[in-house]
Ligand binder design. Structure first.
Ligand code: FAD
Length: 405
């Protein structure tokens, strides 16, 4: 367990773990198994829930500390670094900021023991248009009853804690806003509440050890004490919840950064090792310029992500600024896809095969412009801030805005 809270101390611990994780990264990819041994190491090192405050047993580390850890681990094992993101940002961050004392203690305990919470927003019919979600939480006395389905839920089937977004309705069925509901279970042990089903695991292109699952809720009961009420209530609940989600966007961007930085290291090494035309390929200027662009992209991504990690969003909420997070995630993820692809190119056929980790890194990194808000949606957000206008995406959105005056 860490007792030194400096960022460099976290980096050292993360580097040691990355070295340990690297040899088995291909195994998780091949077998599609969740990396439980790595989770045990991350837990022992205090990196699961490192951003949770000391009051609840965490270390009160900053998002910047977490980013440093995530990057170091992602250089070696994308899967493990993604787990660190979700054990420190997103769903758990929302609970630690908005939850009751009991909710915070409950969630912290699970994460500090190694749980990676699942955040459940996306539905089969509503991806980018998340506010149009159909899952409902209908008021029933002092509890809510959830019905609906979610898909592409990272950790579905292994996560214990779920933060489920739903349309909140009063007892008469009137829409009140979007809220989040905490549901705990132990699907690995086969323990799930009535009305909660993990229906299907998707076969994915990359990050193959991470389950991406579909969940179904049939009259799933959530008592009041597990209802996460955002600071401005359900009416503006989605905005508050997405403010918390900005932390996850910074984390996801940092995973992509780490994969890119790892690929850049591999390419640098290989350029010096590989000889063609009687000389190291490092002597070819065409490749040198590729390498320089890769290096610049990685460096710029890191600066933007760290700036976002240090920033603060609206109303004193303890989360990164929305625009900085969106800008950094989009830039870092698009850059990472290009950097990893270029690194693979530098390896020639060797990069395309399984001798090197490049083909796995290429598959792993591809998801980051999709999950957590697509690049297009995040660019729309950045443009809206730049233009100083709302950017409704429905056909009649601008008409309705104009009518409101
Ligand atoms: P769609 O919304 O159908 O979009 C299709 C295409 O249209 C995209 O290119 C998109 O950018 C574009 N598009 C849509 N609307 C616009 C617009 N207004 N302007 C311009 N372009 C637009 N969700 C969760 O809730 N929890 C998770 O844990 C989770 N994990 C994920 C893990 C992975 C590996 C992946 C791939 C996804 C995950 N998701 C998760 C889902 C993810 O958040 C959605 O995939 C994402 O929001 C996009 O939704 P969609 O895939 O339905 O695409």
């Amino acid at each position: 367990m860490l007792d030194n809270k400096s960022t460099e101390a976290y980096r050292t611990i993360a580097r040691e773990l990355a070295e340990k994780f690297a040899p088995r990264a291909a195994e998780w990819d091949e077998t599609r198994a969740y990396c439980w041994p790595n989770v045990a190491d991350l837990t022992d090192a205090g990196l699961m829930g490192m951003t949770i405050s000391k009051r609840y047993g965490g270390q009160g580390a900053s998002y910047l500390d977490a980013c440093v850890v995530i990057e170091e681990i992602a250089r070696a094992c994308t899967l493990s670094s993604r787990i660190v993101v979700e054990a420190n940002m997103g769903g758990i961050a929302a609970i630690m900021a908005y939850g009751s004392e009991d909710q915070k203690a409950f969630a912290a305990d699970l994460v500090l023991k190694g749980d990676k919470p699942a955040i459940c927003i996306t539905e089969p019919e509503t991806g980018s248009a998340a506010t149009e979600m159909r899952t409902t939480a209908r008021r029933d006395g002092n509890r809510y009853i959830l019905n609906g389905a979610k898909h592409w839920i990272t950790g579905g089937g292994i996560s214990k804690l779920h933060v489920i977004f739903a349309r909140v309705e009063n007892e008469a069925g009137k829409f009140e806003g979007i809220g989040a509901f905490m549901v705990a279970c132990d699907p690995v042990a086969g323990v799930t509440p009535a009305g909660f089903t993990v229906t299907e695991r998707r076969r994915t292109m990359g990050l193959c050890g991470m389950p991406e699952a579909e969940l179904r809720f049939d009259n799933l009961i959530v008592e009041d004490h597990m209802t996460l009420v955002p600071p401005s209530g359900f009416k503006r609940g989605f905005a508050d919840l997405m403010t918390a989600y900005n932390s996850q966007r910074v984390g996801a961007g940092t995973v992509a950064l780490g994969v890119a930085a790892g690929a850049l290291d591999h390419a640098t090494r290989y350029m010096k090792e590989r000889h063609q035309f009687g000389r190291p390929i490092a002597e070819f200027q065409g490749l040198q310029w590729m390498l320089a662009e890769m290096d610049t992209g990685v460096h710029a991504s890191r600066l933007m992500l760290h700036e976002a990690a240090r920033s603060q969003g609206p109303r004193g909420l303890p989360f990164p600024d929305m625009v900085m997070a969106a800008r950094a995630k989009t830039f870092a993820t698009e850059t990472a896809i290009k950097v990893v692809s270029d690194a693979l190119q530098i390896f020639g056929a060797r990069g395309y095969g399984e001798q090197e980790p490049l083909e796995r890194m290429y598959r792993d990194v591809r998801m980051f412009t999709i999950g957590g808000g697509t690049a297009q949606i995040l660019k729309t957000l950045v443009a809206g801030a730049r233009l100083g206008i709302k950017t409704p995406q429905t056909r009649d959105g601008y008409t309705r805005l104009a009518e409101k005056g």
